[in-house]
Design a protein around this ligand. Sequence first.
Ligand SMILES: Nc1ncnc2c1ncn2[C@@H]1O[C@H](COP(=O)(O)OP(=O)(O)OP(=O)(O)O)[C@@H](O)[C@H]1O
Length: 342
Amino acid sequence: MVCSVPNDTQREGLPLIHGTNVSRFFNGKEAIVAVRGLSFGISEGRITAIIGESGSGKSTMLKLIYGLLELDHGEIRYRGWRVPNPREKLIPGHDAMRMVSQGFDDLNTYANVWDNVASQLPNTDLEAKFRNTEQILNRLRIAHLRKQRIADLSGGEKQRVAIARALVNEPEVLLLDEPFNQVDASFRETLQADIRNIVADTGLTVVLVSHDPAEVLSMADELLVLRTGHLVAMGKPVGLYNYPPNAYTARLLAKSNILSKEEAFQLGIKVESEVALHPEWVALRENPDALFKIQHVYFKGFYEELLVGNGQFQIRVINTAPGTFASGIRVDIEIGRFHALH
Ligand SMILES: Nc1ncnc2c1ncn2[C@@H]1O[C@H](COP(=O)(O)OP(=O)(O)OP(=O)(O)O)[C@@H](O)[C@H]1O
């Protein structure tokens, strides 16, 4: 779907969504940098997650992609055409995309689920309206709720209605702002699986924002990592997890221990840079003469998180055999692997 801007010409050979040097500031001269100098590509038919700490610019980036906010610098293209900014379009937001924001502002609280979804479709073909509404309610497993008012639904159910409403008229891109916020783990996993299936079956492109990368590691095909408005890493989850390009990404994805080269040396690692040591890359062996001591044991269910220190620095370690170590015990640290941050 082309949603064009006057005097624009299509650029060939770009990914589906392509940003060049995108910046957006707030507050005029005392500018708050929301995002700065972002250049990125988002592929068609994939799930791309924008991740980063609170305030890193994720929601701003999503709104810029959709065309809800004006850019201060740079440009964003969709299928090679420039995304219109809010001044260039009567109803802001790209016609090929739909966005589901936090808070479900778009839902009509007093109408029922069916009407909230069906109202997105025209009355010109009532049979198609019925069929498409029914189909998307089934896909999102909320057909049994069709007569319920939004006000009476749980947060997770509302989230599914909001997504159904966004998908019912078959956008090419679905933008999701923190879709798994405030929902429990089992709900999250089934919703993630349902979204993955929709992407696989329909070729939909999904861009989602998350402040908790662990929750999207298994779901996203690509990750874009933001830090204070800058893009500091992009790539596939497995690659970024195992070979993070910087300390921020290592901490965000893996809660990694970041050690200076001097600290690493004390663990027998000889490198000329900082080191990322993921908590699961470390094993412990009890030794009454060891320099390191278990300082805290945090019970996590099927595993424990241990804080181990030598008086100078601490590292976090995952122990998959809970109950083996108690606070105060002295341990040797065995490094399975590490990743040098150059
Ligand atoms: N309308 C606005 N006016 C002023 N500052 C804004 C506005 N929108 C965003 N900002 C600022 O821009 C920065 C990035 O905000 P943004 O909401 O994009 O971050 P985020 O990564 O989505 O955060 P969170 O995870 O907390 O939702 C923040 O410092 C924020 O305070």
